[in-house]
Design a binder for this molecule. Sequence first.
Ligand code: SF4
Ligand code: SF4
Length: 372
Amino acid sequence: MRFPRRAVATDKEKVEKLIISAIERGVNYFDTAYIYPESEAVLGEVLAKNNVRSKVYLATKLPHGRCKSIEDAEKIFSEQLSRLRTDHIDYYLIHNISKPESWGKLKAIGIEEWIAAKKQNGQIGQIGFSFHGSQDEYMQLLDAYDWDFVQIQYNYMDENYQAGRAGVEKAAQKGLPVIVMEPLLGGKLATGLPREVDKIFKAANPERSAVSWAMSWLLDQSAVTVVLSGMNAMEQLDENIAIADLSEPGMLSAQEAAVFEPVAEAFKRHYKVDCTGCNYCMPCPSGVNIPGCFSAYNARYAMGYYAGMQMYVLNSGMSNKKGSNARSCTKCGACEKKCPQHIRIIAELEAVAKKMEPWYVRGAMAVVRKFM
Ligand code: SF4
Ligand code: SF4
């Protein structure tokens, strides 16, 4: 998704150097998706040209919103094989399926039988789903099918957000590998940290970079199987490989592990709503992703406008056809009684809608939903 680009097209020369260098140094898992512009085709081209397909596991994703029938899924899958120049996908995901109802719709068109046939004939190795919804939706989805693996957003700032640590632990209890995306929160945990956060990290270990802290938090956890970091420059690849080479579960000392609590607290001092992401208020009968809205709203103040808006549009505005955004709240009041933090959820959601849903964001969300 984050392949380097030259003007409007992917910079194939740079991409090839990155991919081949990564493989030579032991990277063996490549994650792409049908909807990432040019990504599958460029990856397929590089792997075929260098004859290295057999050295890697390929992961790609089915855009389930485009599958009104099983024929749609079949057509997309065939196109993916052709783009990736392969006869099988090692790790196949239902892309961003954040609502149990969406899985219900796929079941109704026969997705389970389709997956079983694809696994049987070897075209799909492992089946999983990628996820950006709320924790209780994740738990329901996890139990809704006999998945082989899961892919979730997870990093030290998202410990209680989306699937969160509880989601990682539940997957591990089921014996499922956990593939982590957004380890650096789209780069926000790598650069531009609030000054107080930077100070805490430096005081704990001046040698470690912000990237090293964020990656180590994940690689320290035995339930984390793969960390997907969207590298688009050789320096990023070098840094990530150097960190991974020195990492193993349980490597953080007690002193190092203790640094994340004050760091998260320092981030949170910039927050507007004291939501802990506990999910007790969920589900909302109108489909509002309450903790998701608050988390993105807070990120806007702690990490900057673009970080917050990106989270908001992705996680709250577009996770289903109807939208899970703050403006969808009908003020029924069901959630407020359940919040242990006594947050005035209705009033706060109004503030979120005002700040996070200007006309151009509403317009963008409406366009994207049309294609879901
Ligand atoms: S008040 Fe709004 S957010 Fe809360 S449960 Fe009702 S519709 Fe959902
Ligand atoms: S119950 Fe309160 S603290 Fe918990 S997720 Fe909902 S709003 Fe946040």
